[in-house]
Design a protein around this ligand. Structure first.
Ligand code: ATP
Ligand code: MG
Length: 443
């Protein structure tokens, strides 16, 4: 992408309305624009990051055996009357009437709709297990939308729904998602710790919130420090192995970890003082087994091996990709701006032309830019006639992991500069060496 032809509305001043660093940086870097309280447009740079997060989420969902669908944002109230949640949901639900005065709503979640899909097609245990997910916008009329996309009213959610013949099978479905979540957050460069969460009236121990530690987090959390060093499940994890996945989940639930609602002070305080970690956290994912809560009232039954129909056992599993954009910035930034993990960065490499109009500089930049594109990189070429200081500031602000800085002075000695955004390390190398350094995106 040539910056001169891109749409990157950078704000030079710090927006006053933004209370936390991720919100400030997203506005300054031209990633989002607020349209109403808690409702945002995603501008090109923000959308790139959001799509990259979705790609990782999708890959790990697919790897675990979940199948992608796409359900609508607008739902009929009738389904929610069947489950009893239409009246129970309260003011967070945006209720709408269509031209025929029918009650509709903007979906805050999709248990009812996916249960309706399931009951329309699946009748036998032979078609189980099944896990359907989608990545779709949700609307919740939050009392206090704040912190930008961290707590929006309209926000993106990956929500998956598992269907199983009994509780044991459902437990395995839960473990699959638990493991997929560990892999997903690790790939995003985040340390997310699964913490016991409230299961409400259904009870049981099958609900975990995945929490990223950050000083600006909205929840107070308590856990054992050793979680920070736990190993992520490998890429070749066998998602069909019941014992294997149970082993992973047992390990990741073996130490104390709880949010404030589930906190048991005596158990936490019994840990050695140096192992106690009490911090603020951001909820980036939430998984939940709820048995037959929806399948029973909505008549989603499957015939078992003996032919007797029984309500299917379900779980739901949410991740917030739009919140994750903010969480990633909370976890990765410095005074200069955002520091993206390589896989999520909106661009892989920025080429900064320090003297547009100088034939040698233009030529070297064009050569670099085209070679990087040919090697499959998302390259951003700053070919604007801004002064060098502004170019450095923009490149740092938007957090591109690598910068190749090209100016007439260096070129006179045959050199360009490579800068690593994360630690600011710089290196003077020949143009050929710079080209050779970036071997290709897959390499
Ligand atoms: P919270 O406790 O933060 O209000 P929740 O428990 O209501 O969230 P879930 O229903 O568990 O949220 O939703 C699944 C995921 O969707 C959350 O883990 C979070 O990542 C994301 N999410 C929920 N509400 C919002 C929101 N208002 N803005 C952005 N992301 C959200
Ligand atoms: Mg939750």
């Amino acid at each position: 992408m040539r910056l001169s032809r891109y749409f990157l509305p950078i704000l030079r001043d710090t927006p006053k309305e933004a209370e936390i660093v991720s919100h400030r940086l997203m506005l300054r870097a031209g990633m989002i624009r607020q349209q109403s309280a808690g409702i945002y447009s995603w501008l090109p740079l923000g959308l790139r990051v959001l799509n990259k997060i979705n790609a990782v989420v999708r890959e790990e969902q697919n790897r675990s055996g979940a199948i992608e669908i796409l359900m609508p944002t607008i739902q009929s109230a009738d389904l929610w009357r069947e489950s009893g949640r239409y009246d129970a949901y309260g003011k967070e639900m945006l209720r709408i009437k269509d031209r025929h005065e029918r009650d509709m709503l903007f979906g805050p979640t999709n248990e009812e709709m996916v249960t309706d899909i399931f009951r329309s097609y699946v009748k036998s245990y032979k078609d189980l297990p099944l896990n359907l997910y989608h990545i779709q916008w949700k609307f919740r009329d939050e009392v206090r939308p704040r912190f930008g996309v961290m707590r929006g009213r309209e926000f993106l959610m990956k929500d998956a729904y598992s269907f199983d013949i009994d509780k044991d099978a459902a437990r395995h479905a839960y473990n699959r998602m638990f493991t997929a979540y560990l892999r997903t957050f690790a790939r995003l460069g985040l340390k997310a710790i699964p913490m016991r969460a409230d299961t409400g009236p259904i009870g049981g121990d099958l609900s975990h919130e995945f929490i990223v530690l950050a000083s600006t987090g909205e929840s107070q959390v308590f856990c054992h420090k050793d979680y920070l060093d736990f190993e992520t499940p490998a890429i070749d994890t066998d998602f069909d192995s019941v014992e294997g996945l149970q082993g992973i989940v047992d390990k990741w639930t073996s130490l104390y970890a709880a949010t404030e609602e589930m906190h048991e002070a005596p158990a936490f305080e019994a840990l050695p003082a140096e192992s106690q970690l009490s911090a603020r956290g951001i909820e980036v994912g939430h998984i939940f087994y709820f048995g037959t809560k929806y399948s029973e009232p909505m008549g989603a039954t499957v015939a078992g091996p003996d032919g007797t129909p029984a309500p299917v056992h379900m779980g739901s599993y949410g991740i917030g990709p739009s919140r994750l954009v903010a969480a990633l910035i909370e976890a990765g930034h410095d005074d200069g701006g955002i520091i993206w993990p390589d896989e999520i960065a909106p661009f892989d490499i920025a080429v900064l032309n320090l003297k547009v109009g100088d034939a040698a500089t233009d030529g070297a930049c064009e050569q670099l830019y085209k070679a990087l594109l040919a090697k499959g990189y998302d390259a951003l070429y700053d070919d604007t006639d801004t002064r060098p200081g502004g170019k450095f500031a923009t490149a740092d602000l938007i957090g591109v992991p690598w910068q190749i800085i090209v100016g007439p002075k260096g070129l006179a000695e045959g050199k360009v500069e490579i800068k690593r955004r994360a630690d600011g390390e710089r290196e003077l190398v020949s143009l050929e060496a710079a080209l050779d350094r970036f071997k290709g995106k897959a390499a």
